[in-house]
Design a protein. Sequence first.
Length: 438
Amino acid sequence: MRSIRAAAVGAVTLSLALAASACGGGSATGGGSGDSPKTLTYWASNQGAGIEIDKKVLRPELDKFEKQTGIKVKLEVVPWPDLLNRILTATTSGQGPDVLNIGNTWSASLQSTGALLPWDAKNFDQIGGKDRFVDSALGSTGAQGKDPAAVPLYSMAYALYYNKRIFADAGIAKPPATWDELVTDGRKIRAKGKQVLGAEGSNVSENIHHVFVFAKQHGADFFAPDGKADFTNPDAVAAVKSYVDLMAKDKVVPPGNAEYAQNQSVSDFAKGRTAMLLWQSASANLKSQGMSEDAYGIAPVPVRSGTPGPGTQVNSMVAGINMAVFKNTHNLDGATKFVKFMTSDAEQKILNKAYSSIPPVKNAQSDPAFTAPANAVLKNTLATSAAALPQVPDESQFETTVGTAVKELFADAAAGRAVTTESVKAKLEKAQQQMPAQ
């Protein structure tokens, strides 16, 4: 999800989502393609450093669409802490937008509600064809074997951002390629009075993204091949412990970060308080906070010790934003035209430049802006070493329960309570018990 996916997803139960299976959005009375042909309501996710920045990015493009089509787009930028709950409420009430952004990791969960327009071959043909989009982005648009529930809009990947001056002052010549190297570098950085690595310990979505990557690096999954939750397998437990140990044992994440949930770690890095940051496509955010691109470098997220280390060399989850349409929109024809506009080659270049993300549209990726060194790391990660979060109906509940377990473990670490294999397993057992019955 997001160049600034800054938020904990609310405690949403899957039963709410499943109750919406017969519902849609955009209209209380159901869909027709011509009920309101001159207006659309669009819920955009908060991609910039603030909602007003998003409005400045999007409003000129929406005005351009209105000039081309005569269709006015009513824009609401929805903060990440509210977005999933707002969407689920819309699916149950039938009162929602025509078009909306969703975190790509939610695609299968929201698909299971039956509220979103399926993007079958006919619908894809109306926006230029499915083959315009890169495979990694299409892999996070819904459950395997079903028509996608959404269309890729922005692609992102995690990277390691590092402060060049802090590294030079500490005598560190290059960014760490493994977690052991990061911990070793951290001792040198702390000796110079700087914080080492920022994290958002109270942000359940961030927690999920990172423990998912750690699990892949440990050769683990959180779901069995049949789609059942498997949170307590030994490798998954070890992966979660390794991530929390960055604070609890290795002392590279400051204890205060256990309370971070709203991009505070990005601000710390931008202000030179912290030497390193793990973030999705952070350049636009850092620039908006006054940090020069020359002040930091970008490298792949570290892997486990070794080259490439035990387990799988996965550096990121496939992050990104998808665009969906509620099936009972007032204006299906207009909504489809809007998706086509937003995913056109020209708009993909404009929007992804603004958000320092990568276009999921193949032709747009050829723009020189996306071959710059910063974006080259992100593009290469997406192409070679990123994995999609499980596209299963219970994924959003997985984010909530396991992400909250990690949040609680960070709180334990910050308070000086021991984080052991047993305590990690107990938290994950509790999370698994909260999942819907299989």
